[in-house]
Ligand binder design. Sequence first.
Ligand SMILES: O=c1ccn([C@@H]2O[C@H](COP(=O)(O)OP(=O)(O)O[C@H]3O[C@H](CO)[C@@H](O)[C@H](O)[C@H]3O)[C@@H](O)[C@H]2O)c(=O)[nH]1
Length: 474
Amino acid sequence: MDPARTEPTNVCHVVALPYPGRGHINPMMNLCKLIASRLPEILITFVVTEEWLGFIGSEPKPDNIRFGTIPNVIPSELGRAKDFSGFVEAVSTKTEAPFEELLERFEYQVTAIVADTYLVWVPGFGNRRNIPVASLWPMSASVFSIFHHFHLLEKNGHFPVELSERGHEIVDYIPGLPPTRLANLPTVTSKQTLHRVLESLGEVSKAQYLLFNSVYELETQVIDSLQAEFPFPVYSIGPAIPYFQVLNQSTSAASTTTSLINTPNYYLQWLDSQPAGSVLYISLGSFLSVSSTQMDEIVAGVKNSGVRFLFVDRGEYLTDLFKDGCGNDHDQMGMVVPWCDQLRVLSHSSVGGFWTHCGFNSTLEALYAGVPMLTFPIFWDQVPNSKQIAEDWKVGCRVKRETGSDYLVSREEISELVKRFMDSDSDDKKEMKKRARKIQEFCQVAISEGGSSDTNLDVFVQDIISKSRSYKST
Ligand SMILES: O=c1ccn([C@@H]2O[C@H](COP(=O)(O)OP(=O)(O)O[C@H]3O[C@H](CO)[C@@H](O)[C@H](O)[C@H]3O)[C@@H](O)[C@H]2O)c(=O)[nH]1
């Protein structure tokens, strides 16, 4: 059954197609929840692989969002970071056919597709099927602009370059972007991946909307300049983070038992018993890691600093790295968890800083929570995100003085930096905290009634509804 030829119905049926990675699935699901809450009669089919359904199938979601699955035609999420370019390649080439088969089985005609920009084939597919496509870019608008204008880097002899020699050179010709050192542009580790990403951005011109998981007030010039280039609406709708789920900032009552590990949300209870602003939250996102030598330095540096910490170890570093002076009891200086409810942690009053790899979701979550950041980018967009955090928004400082994965930051440097960064009496920290509150306000205003993201979402949703009505009248 060809959906383009299906009998029109008035069901507004949106299909969401995230790129299969936590940093992409989370903002897509949050966007869907925001749309669903504005339009209870909408039906959203959220399409993931069977493996990803296993990861997220039991997470709470409204009834009008349902899952659709395609078989596991791509490499497993577990170990994805080991062959990043192979993974990107498989997603680009192997997901269209099973999606097309799935589409044939849908009960309702598809009103619109919201797809991650990385899914290169979707805009062309939408055009062939006469289905409007909204391309969701889950990174910053600035990073979109850099890739969108990548030809300018080549034209100016700024790609490819040896960053160790020319990283200090300034790029001042990307529309909307403030002058930026070459070393602060996204790191490109694979030409094949770069090629795929540039190809995906090239396909955006075939879409009907471009959605940014960003806040207009944070990237005004770059968003305006992109809107001037595209003939269709460019909407910033961020931060698409689960702010609607963070109702209570602390747990109901701290446990009186000494061992918290078997208590639900035990880490929140531990946070409840820590002094305000005293805890450094440390997480490197959902799939990337640093070398074990670097991690040894981080662990030793943080412990030697004497600062309280909550560390997310997804399993690869082994928690016994922290075994002395750290555990799961109220009186311990630190706690190691395999995963946590990150936004809830960042919104907790005991958290005074975030050591982050600068994934864009983590960045947005920290901005929304008003938490200053210690930036430790690993690759790709995390490098320019770190620059925005430290230099443009001035809500954090860098751990690394130099870029490049080979550069090792020593335990002594880390210990000193962490101590200084977490000193709430220092002028630097006070200033950073003030700036963080200001940015937090921008984010909160953007999502509140009549704010930029709230208004953009309303307009986008109204447009989708009118498309489903126009199907009916044709
Ligand atoms: O214990 C944890 C750790 C992480 N998270 C969540 O996991 C997500 C991680 O996303 P992000 O911070 O963006 O990191 P990555 O998973 O590394 O994200 C990938 O996708 C992002 C968006 O495209 C890019 O900005 C990154 O560079 C890329 O690595 C966030 O929503 C976090 O809240 C948790 O909920 N609990």
